[in-house]
Ligand binder design. Structure first.
Ligand code: MF3
Ligand code: CO
Length: 290
């Protein structure tokens, strides 16, 4: 094992001496660990150069979602959305992260109405008036990952469903307010769950967000029914997604037995999700992809 010396170049690649760069940070992390906090491993703390590279990936991710936003409408199939995402991603020199991921067959997830997440694009699924759909897009560019998703309302959506879609977005804003270094990640889930429950919804418990950037899915796991002051300590340089799935009805879900991917609400009630990729900074957070 090699221990970094005070006068060695810092591990973050800044070019500064360790003692003038991350030494104080590492000492602080050790202190929190001694106090019993779950602290992140170094490999999930991004260096400034990695953050810049991930932002390049995210630019493409955002542009692809913008393309979807401009074209999505009643009558298109979810397979059409897959084609748009695939072609736009490739055109920009990037790769869709889901394609071939653990055998996933498509370049995007498209989850309609009671589909909670991981809906597989299909030429027979045609968007119709009143549908709500989540389009979940993830991009690899120069080996760096970005991941975010948006909801779209097709035509005349009922007030109830529209409110669900808007409230999930609001819950993410409340979650983002909790992203502060040297506090715990459980605060995010508490804020989201409190709000969703107040509105009469339920939050999916089994599926969460994830660290992202150097890999598609890294630590930490980000739940949305978590409690304040629990879970991993957030520190500057950590990057993860906030992507709550909120159901109009009960929280129970099941997985499609035939395709092995798609998750549905057990009671058939509508479900909505937005996903934001966020960086923990010195004084709060920065949105990387949305
Ligand atoms: N973007 C999804 C996520 O939030 C991707 C799930 S993996 C897939 O992690 F294979 F289902 F796409
Ligand atoms: Co994700």
């Amino acid at each position: 094992m090699f221990l970094i010396g005070r006068n060695d170049p810092c591990w973050c690649g800044s070019g500064k001496k360790y003692k003038q760069c991350h030494l104080a940070f590492d000492e602080k992390l050790k202190q929190f660990k001694r106090e019993g906090y779950i602290v992140p491993k170094k490999k999930i703390i991004k260096t400034p150069a990695q953050i810049e590279a991930i932002k390049e990936s995210a630019k493409i991710n955002i542009a692809v979602l913008d393309y979807v936003a401009e074209h999505i409408k009643e009558g298109v199939s979810t397979e059409d959305i897959n084609t748009w995402v695939h072609e736009e991603t490739i055109r920009q020199g990037a790769t869709p992260a889901t394609l071939g991921y653990q055998g996933y067959p498509k370049s995007v997830c498209t989850s309609v109405n009671d589909e909670v997440c991981h809906g597989i694009p299909d030429e027979n699924i045609i968007l119709k008036d009143g549908d709500i759909i989540n389009v979940d897009c993830s991009t690899i560019y120069n080996g760096y990952f970005s991941d975010s998703s948006r909801m779209f309302c097709i035509g005349n959506v009922s007030d109830e469903k529209k409110k669900l879609v808007e409230d999930v977005k609001k819950s993410i804003e409340l979650g983002l307010e909790q992203v502060k270094p040297w506090t715990t990640i459980g605060n995010i889930g508490q804020a989201i769950n409190d709000f969703a429950t107040e509105q009469g919804y339920s939050v999916v418990r089994e599926i969460g967000g994830h660290g992202v950037g150097l890999e598609f899915h890294e630590d930490p796991w980000v739940g949305y029914v978590t409690k304040r002051d629990t879970g991993m300590l957030m520190v500057p340089g950590m990057m993860f997604t906030i992507e709550p799935m909120i159901n109009m009805g009960r929280p129970e879900i099941y997985q499609d037995a035939d395709n092995g991917w798609t998750i549905y609400t057990e009671d058939g009630s509508p479900s909505a999700q937005w996903e934001v990729q966020v960086l923990v900074t010195e004084d709060g957070y920065e949105i990387i992809s949305y």
